[in-house]
Design a protein around this ligand. Structure first.
Ligand SMILES: Cc1cc2nc3c(=O)[nH]c(=O)nc-3n(C[C@H](O)[C@H](O)[C@H](O)COP(=O)(O)OP(=O)(O)OC[C@H]3O[C@@H](n4cnc5c(N)ncnc54)[C@H](O)[C@@H]3O)c2cc1C
Length: 308
């Protein structure tokens, strides 16, 4: 619309434009629900947690197809119609994944209801591309649910990785730690009684440990879910968040099996080589650096590649 036409349309006394007609177009093939009519698909995590898939887009897809269909549909805007065979769809999805053509993967979305300890939520919330709505501990009383690992899962601080712990600690120290958690959980009784006496919930929660569970709805597109999963299913991520990431992956896999297969082949199980590593591989010489961590990473990659 030109500026003059816009002015004329909004001029006092001008007739309001008529509402545009909506055309309704039936699908070319019958559609089916990728969640088979279920309300939610759920995986239990840790002692009180869960990841529940409550919705996805597309939810309805042509019979015989999976939600991978939406990726191919949008990609064909840029690559033309081509043939529409399922095998070709798979090739296209795999091409897109290999070449990091990411926007078609944003056409698929998942919505989850998740319950996790607050220390897991703190790591999770760093993934900024999701839409989140969390349980309000200002508005409501925090439920009495605390994460307590099994004694065998109490880990020793790693000496090589300051952010991690892999090996189990001795039984006596594990027992002491579990007693510490129990004492921290005991604050809950006072939290309840003081909120009953009128202390504001928003303040009273400050006495609760980060092992207490929170809940949220978390909606994210597939491209960014893969980014989340590649970081949080990785063995370097904290074990507790890995449990949730793996649960999420199990939930989405049957909905977008072709994308998940490509994700595993080209990202999750794939390997990135640096320029120094490519040169070391080509020449057979040691890695051209004295950085100990980088050398150790190269050794780990060489072992995976079967290079000794
Ligand atoms: C093993 C591990 C250890 C970690 N340790 C620490 C730690 O010690 N301290 C700490 O603070 N964090 C730590 N983190 C968190 C980490 O630094 C990231 O914040 C987190 O993994 C989210 O990654 P992201 O920003 O790529 O993801 P998202 O927020 O989901 O973003 C996805 C992508 O979108 C783009 N993007 C999103 N928002 C913006 C923006 N505002 N500007 C520009 N680009 C944007 C970026 O390309 C980004 O990679 C750790 C993470 C892992 C996996």
């Amino acid at each position: 619309m030109t500026a003059n036409a816009a002015n004329a349309a909004s001029a006092p006394g001008a007739a309001a434009p008529s509402a545009p007609a909506v055309e309704r177009i039936a699908p070319e093939a019958p559609l089916h629900d990728v969640m088979a009519g279920d309300a939610r698909w759920q995986v239990k995590c840790l002692d009180h947690g869960f990841v529940a898939m409550v919705d996805c887009m597309p939810r309805l897809v042509p019979e015989g197809k999976t939600a991978d269909f939406a990726i191919v549909q949008s990609a064909r805007v840029s690559y033309g119609q081509g043939t529409k065979q399922v095998s070709e769809d798979r090739g296209l999805v795999r091409y897109l994944m290999r070449h990091r053509h990411s926007t078609p993967f944003e056409m698929v979305e998942f919505k989850f209801h998740i319950a996790m300890p607050i220390f897991v939520a703190r790591q999770w919330i760093r993934h900024r591309t999701a839409n989140v709505n969390e349980y309000s501990a200002r508005y409501s009383i925090v439920p009495d649910r605390f994460y307590r690992p099994d004694a065998e899962s109490v880990r020793k601080q790693s000496k090589t990785n300051r952010q991690g712990g892999d090996e189990p600690i001795d039984a006596g120290t594990a027992e002491d730690f579990l007693k510490l958690l129990e004492r921290a959980e005991a604050n809950y009784r006072d939290y309840l009684s003081l909120t009953e006496k009128g202390v504001a919930r928003e303040l009273a929660r400050a006495a609760l440990p980060v092992s207490v569970y929170t809940e949220w709805y978390w909606k994210c597109d597939l491209h960014n879910i893969f980014h989340f999963l590649s970081l949080r299913m990785d063995p370097h991520a904290q074990m507790e968040i890995q449990v949730f990431a793996r649960a999420m992956y199990e939930l989405i896999r049957p909905i977008v099996p072709v994308s998940c297969e490509a994700f595993e082949d080209y990202r999750l199980e794939g390997m990135h080589l640096t320029r120094l590593e490519v040169e070391a591989m080509r020449s057979g010489a040691p890695l051209a650096t004295d950085n100990k961590r980088e050398i150790a990473e190269w050794e780990a990659k060489r072992a995976r590649l079967g290079l000794g």
